[in-house]
Design a protein. Sequence first.
Length: 411
Amino acid sequence: MTEKPATRPSKVTGIEILSADAGWRNYHFVKLTTEDSVTGWSEFDEGFGSPGVGAAIQRLSARVVGQNALQHERIYAELYAATRPAAGGVVAQALGAIENALLDAKAKLLGVPCYELLGGKIRDRVRVYWSHCATWRINHPSWYTPPIEDLDGVKAIGSEVREKKFTALKTNIFTYDADGKPTGWRPGFGSPFQPALNVDRKVLRDLRMHLEAIRDGAGPDIDILLDLNFNAKTEGYLKILRAIVDLDMFWIEIDSFSPEALGYIRRQSPHPVSSCETLLGLREFLPYFREQAMDVAIIDTPWNGVWQSMKIAAAAEAFEVNVAPHNFYGHLCSMMNAHFCAAVPNLRIMEIDIDRLAWDHELFTHLPEIKDGHLIIPDRPGWGTEPNEDGIRAHPPKTSGGLLNYGRKLS
């Protein structure tokens, strides 16, 4: 429904948290209501190492209710001031979730898509890459089918990417047992628990074998991205880069808490380096920009808030760095990121998960429209989709999930 443009302030009357079962994790949403009966939505996440975001949002909501929903920057500044002694982390993600719900409400009050609040759209469609390609079907075969159980399955999904007219894919690190069965290798997230994060010869051999199989299926014209996450130290990342020096890679994604270490890696890398998806706020990004530590800065807009993310992207532009959104959540997050991508000048590419849960379509009023490997920017007011509350109630959340349960069997 298209709301009438606001002609006066519209006070926030309530903030509610809703959650839904998302297979190996949960989806989480903020529902913000105004006195004009307009609802602003945002999606946030507690499964990517951030338990307690919902509790922080609820605690902060008392300072939001009664304020003018159109004044999202003022509200953000006040919440930041109130939480400055504990800035960052879960608190920062709570502020981002509230900001995103305010943006949706404001856009609906004005009767415009959210990209209009960001300066207007630069592009009508955004190139996307098929993220967690092979990864979800290997790590979570109960929810993402068909399961991948060998290199033939890896090759087959590479072919599927090409046949469905995507132009890029991203995969992760896997090791293979004596029978050729793959297992996700993510010691940075405790699975297996190897806190030294050393990279041995078998990991290098298996990773190269995995990449060659997916390339064999995808063919020569598909861009391949590799996400190494936090799974090594500086020495290990360099070993991996040397092991795949001759492979054609779009980028290597590396997470590091040290901008100096990442800069050292980038200067020796034969491939472009992307990073920073776990950073919060412009202050955390600046040392990486100054170090020229990455070719592409990845910004998590659900964590940071889309308005704050535009500021980070502007700073990246000043350092001659392009940006890409971190996007592996539900369809609302994809729409939020789509509006960011539509408006930001220095965009590289957009992440999106194509393998979906069987009931994902039940949880949202509109799904992302993807054509020939590009997401079409919606022109509906707000983000262009909303959570379906009937669908959410039909799929109640689990009591556990996400990274805290990696390596454990979920019910």
